[in-house]
Write a new protein. Sequence first.
Length: 167
Amino acid sequence: MRSIVTNPYLFFKHFQNEKKILTLFSAVLFVAVAHSQVVEPVQLKYQIKRQGEDHAELIIKAKIDKGWLLYGQNFEDGGPIKMSIKFEPNKNYLIMGKVAEYPEPTKIHDEIFDIDVQYYTGWVTFIQDIHLNKLDTPLNIKMTLEGQACSEESGACVMVKGKFTFD
């Protein structure tokens, strides 16, 4: 009887089922690791808050994971990606003023970009005042939000995106 160690054919035949199991295990592990790489350090929620018959606030709340920061919307170009909040115009409403931010962002000089930037940690609320033009129809206000969040520990950055419809 030949030893399976000295005969490669017998060796691979003997471990054929084990190879299938190992291949399946490797594939499952690869999918699990690839899926776990999706990083979403900022969770977004939105709501509309009526402030009388013809006035409302569009509210976007961002919860920022510990160890991450979310860049603000008001600093000079040439640095990290600024927060951008855009509303699609329609006849049902009129934008009143700029998007307010609470609390005030932290402001620092970024040595890498050599500009002053602003960012949030923990949470931030963005509020846009609007005047309601048509009171008896759904508002159908479409908004897009885009920005950048970065890990304070690793320096890794991800895009933050959201599309909402306020009714």
